[in-house]
Ligand binder design. Sequence first.
Ligand code: SF4
Length: 333
Amino acid sequence: MQPVLKVRNLKTQFFTYSGVVQAVRGIDFDVYPAEAVGIVGESGCGKSVTGLSIMRLITYPPGKIVQGEINLDGIDILNTPEKEMQKIRGGKISMIFQDPMTSLNPALTIGYQMSEMLRLHTNLKNNEIKERVIELLNLVRIKSPEEVYKQYPHQLSGGMRQRVMIAMAISCEPKIIIADEPTTSVDVTIQAQILYLLHDLKERVNSSIILITHNLAVVAGLCSRILVMYAGLVIEEGSDFQIFENPKHPYTWGLLKSVPRIDQEEKEKLSTIAGLPPDLISPPKGCPFSLRCDYAMRICFEQLPPYFEPEKGHRVICWLLDKRAPAATRSKK
Ligand code: SF4
């Protein structure tokens, strides 16, 4: 099977008065049709910048994609004219943001905004458009779609607005939906409903999903592959099983320790990862996690580790995977 999205050596930087922030530092990954991929990491690790780079929504100045290749279903995204990109966004690829109010126009009704989207990206006739909008609102389980059609964004709850955003994102059956922290602005019950909805829609609409989140628990159960990002790099990539049951990177171990698990018999204390991520204006020459890592060795401060592949489909940037590393430290988690 061919991937629907190929990202190669993507580098995105921000040119600020303090210096050049290397937000994304050469990442590679593929997304296959109807696959859900999670991108996880702390704030500032480059996960949202990756999503915006794929959408080509990085604005210059100060941001710029300085190197790499993004291929979406045969389209060379980085060399596509902006006019063409406007059709691709919403048509072939769409994005759901953390705060729906930043994407919805407060002065226009939900029906009007959704109809415009369909008018722009589909060949539906005027009389078919309203029918499709109602169908989409039903699909995202909005109870009174006819009523919501006439309402303005401020008249809806946060959860309802997020459902409207999802309805807009799937309206043209895009190849890829990028959901950036889609559950952060809603409470825990609604979070579960939104995640269930995305899971359900993935099956029904047949789109691939890239779910961007700081919370590993959010990707569990929805994503079959997970990329853990740190300091602009993918520091570990693997299947959900590899990341949750056989993680290899100390940073992933730390993230997992901060997530409550119902399958753990003993009640382990949740912990946070001490310290802060490095300054991406002048990232360390060795491993970017070295200053926070309990297992750091001398080489970690001197050389960035290469990717090691402990199992098929499992990639890890960490010197502990090198055969020369002390064996006792290799399997700690
Ligand atoms: Fe820790 Fe070294 Fe691995 Fe970096 S390379 S995560 S410092 S052990």
